[in-house]
Design a protein around this ligand. Structure first.
Ligand code: SUG
Length: 444
């Protein structure tokens, strides 16, 4: 049976802003408090989805979350009418208000970890929402993520949507940003590669010292257990703690894989040769490794340009293309690396540039904005069809963005009760467009 990789991109929410919430993420900190443009951000995201759809790939959309998160603000003791809650939070704890307004669910590479049915014991597609425990603003996402995934992957005989792992540092889980699947055809069993930042239960093991390790080995192991993955097709590897300390807060900022191709920086992993040998052995010896040397692209250039946060996709022709952010073209070393890569003997034969600057300024490139779900034809037919990208849905969502989104937002605007109302109206209409009922608190 035919199988596809479906990219589920996060639709950027109407509160997209720059609040400097992610310690360890260089772009988030350096653009803190700048004005954002939610309308442009959402349109850049939609344009990327449309570009992939036009390349003949399967593309779908994940709804944004409800922000401001009024339930979280109330849980933290802000009381009164909605307007009073916003006003009190803005006055006494603006950083908490900003966290409760983040549109961070757009980075759906962090929404969940996904194991296709060919890999799992029970033959179902397994999805575990990430608890995103390391960052308060992101830890708010998983309950709604679970509801949104359940509104799409409804058929329990084909799909298992788990709850997120327990909160807390020990099981910090950042989802697919630290998970790569290598395979032949998407419907064939693959090798699942989990990359973690530290071992939580053993403090004597190597760990970063400057910035946090957001993913633990224990979390990755728990996800592999939940999904019923056989040991013979799973590899756990530790990210090099030094690169985390240089701003590589997820593995997808320093490595990307698709099919039989693994593109990674030479200093991405601790114990590199063992990791590569295990991957190659479990994959059956035919992995195409493209190891990028520091002399070609430094870690600093990788973090600035987000070269590795490109999407590596298989086109209908069977060749692969890299969907890179505009910043890669602006960096001469990265651009010459990409040009050179196209001449090498690998399946990668094209580079497409996609402008996602609004997201990039918060540390989210093309790959952060998508969750990959490999689906067999019958599984694809079983998902909620209203979320699958088409020319018509693209037009509808652009009109929806034009109608509801602002083109300029400051941190001060987050306390505006009119913004809350605009967001609720927008999301209420979106649930009808995407045929999802009552996934948001305000609809319950
Ligand atoms: O979790 N930035 C996100 C970026 C996530 C990128 N995802 C992947 N690499 N897969 C994060 O750090 C910044 C929000 C702010 O500062 O306003 C933020 O959450």
């Amino acid at each position: 049976m035919k199988a596809y990789e479906v990219n589920f991109d996060g639709l950027v929410g109407p509160t997209h802003n720059y609040a400097g919430l992610s310690f360890g993420n260089v772009a988030s900190l350096s653009n803190a408090a700048d004005f954002s443009n939610p309308k442009e951000a959402a349109k850049q995201g939609l344009a990327k989805m449309k570009a992939l759809h036009d390349l003949g790939l399967k593309q779908a959309v994940l709804a944004p979350q409800e922000r401001p998160d009024m339930a979280a603000l109330r849980h933290l003791g802000f009381s009164g009418s909605d307007a009073q809650v916003l006003e009190k939070a803005a006055k006494t704890a603006p950083h908490i208000l900003a966290a409760c307004c983040s549109a961070s669910s757009m980075w759906t590479a962090n929404a969940a970890t996904v194991s296709p049915s060919a890999d799992t014991e029970d033959g179902r597609v397994h999805l575990t929402p990430a608890n995103l425990a390391n960052k308060f603003h992101r830890s708010l996402e998983h309950p709604t993520t679970e509801r949104i995934l359940k509104a799409i992957f409804r058929d329990e005989s084909r799909f298992a949507v788990h709850s997120a792992l327990p909160q807390g540092d020990h099981f910090g889980d950042e989802g697919a940003a630290n998970h790569t699947r290598f395979c032949g055809d998407y419907g064939q069993p693959g090798v699942e590669f989990f990359v973690y930042g530290k071992q939580a239960f053993d403090a004597s093991k190597p760990a970063p010292v400057r910035f946090p390790a957001r993913q633990t080995l224990e979390a990755s192991q728990a996800v592999a257990r939940l999904h019923g993955l056989p040991e013979s097709r799973v590899v756990f590897a530790q990210q090099n703690p030094n690169v985390i300390d240089q701003g590589v807060f997820h593995n997808d900022v320093i490595a990307v894989g698709n099919g039989n191709v693994h593109l990674f920086h030479e200093v991405a992993f601790l114990n590199k040769s063992e990791v590569l040998a295990e991957l190659d052995h479990k994959f059956g010896g035919s992995l195409v490794n493209v190891e990028v040397k520091n002399s070609e692209v430094s870690v600093e250039d990788a973090v600035k340009s987000y070269l590795f946060n490109s999407q590596l996709v298989t086109l209908p022709s069977g060749r692969m293309a890299i969907i890179a952010p505009g910043e890669c073209q602006e960096n001469s070393r990265v651009w010459s690396f990409l040009q050179d890569l196209l001449t090498r003997d690998t399946p990668v034969k094209a580079v497409h540039i996609q402008d996602v600057k609004q997201s990039m300024r918060n540390g989210g490139g093309p790959a952060c904005l998508r969750l990959r779900v490999a689906l067999k034809e019958a599984e694809l037919a079983a998902i909620n069809p209203a979320v699958v990208m088409s020319d018509a849905l693209f037009a509808t969502l652009n009109t929806w963005v034009d109608k509801h989104y602002r083109d300029r937002l400051s941190l001060a605007d987050l306390a505006d009760p009119a913004l809350l109302e605009e967001c609720r109206q927008a999301l209420d209409e979106l649930t009808r467009i995407l045929a999802m009922s009552s996934v948001y608190q305000f609809q319950r």
